[in-house]
Unconditional design. Sequence first.
Length: 405
Amino acid sequence: MCSETQDCRKPCDGKIRDWMKQHGPVLLCLLLIGILLLLPTGYEDAVQYQGAERCTATVMAVDDSSIVDMGLLRTGEQRCTLQFTSGKFKGQTAVGINLLQGALEQDKFFTVGDSALVVASVDGDIITHVTMIDHNRIPWEVVMALAFVILLVLFAGKTGLRAIGSFALTVLALWKLLVPLYLKGYSPVLVGLGITLLLTVMTIAMVYGFDRRCGAAVSGAFLGILVTCVLGMLFTDLFQIHGAVMAYSESLLYAGYQDLSLTQVFMASIFLGSSGAMIDLSVDITSAVYEVICKRPDLSAKEAVRSGLRVGRAAMGTMTTTLLLAYSGGYLGLLMVFMAQGTPISHMLNYKYVASELIQTIIGSFGLVSVAPFTALCAGFLLTRGLHAKVSRMEQQQLHRAFRP
């Protein structure tokens, strides 16, 4: 026998449950962001310049008389008169040294009025030497980030705010968890899979909430990530690629991290780099299957899976091209060098830098191809079962109300 109190409690419980499904991911995301902001990396004291003042300064004058021009390259030192704009020496002036090494990739050149990031070596309250690190780009980086946030919120509203939350969580997870754990010697593949799973769940949950759609999309995306992981490990070994192929990674071996497995870090970077496209594809397929099932509640799981596969086939063509353009764009200069020198295609494909890019692109595409059927299967069975169960509960409630005395 059901009392009136119990009948009132059931709708309230349902509303609370629905509210938690929709807004629970936002609360969890904010909680994780707060924890990660407070979480130390363990490398805060590993600064390159001990006992020095890091601050910004404005270039008041420059002296280029010691610079030697050799065609496109410039060597020597540029002496700049600086006025500090931050730190304990704010307002004071000093002469800073900008060393030019004849490498366009690393050298920077200052003009009057530039804002520079500098390191001042001090002896008590006296500045002994000022090294010019680079241009101060933080103000314009802040402007760029704010413009992106404003545009996203204006265009997408609440969904844009959720996207910003998942974006912030991803940045913090990579900087506060992934990088420190790699440096401490933990398994790059296992750590990468764990953090990728966390980000996959949170990113998709911020779109759907904690419901069956989230479960279907996460299942399909992570199964594709696992396929990418296994194939990436296999072909990295077959291609005999060393992880030092990653830019600036070799310097870690000479900085006290000889036991660091750069090759495993490279393997992890394969599925980590393509995971975003896989999450995107799984959400597209899940949304399409859900819409079809909502329009046709009598649809069987088999037919729903077929609909998901059709959507996946249409999306895979563009997704693989997206990966190709994303990876090849970073090596456009290298491709131009090969073309200018007349390097044969057979030689070019055997260079480890090119081979590593092929692994990134093709193995990532393997993962995308597998995401489509995985997500279609998961969405077809989970969503149809969930909808049928919901319809059954509604029918039972209607019968209960009809026959209740």
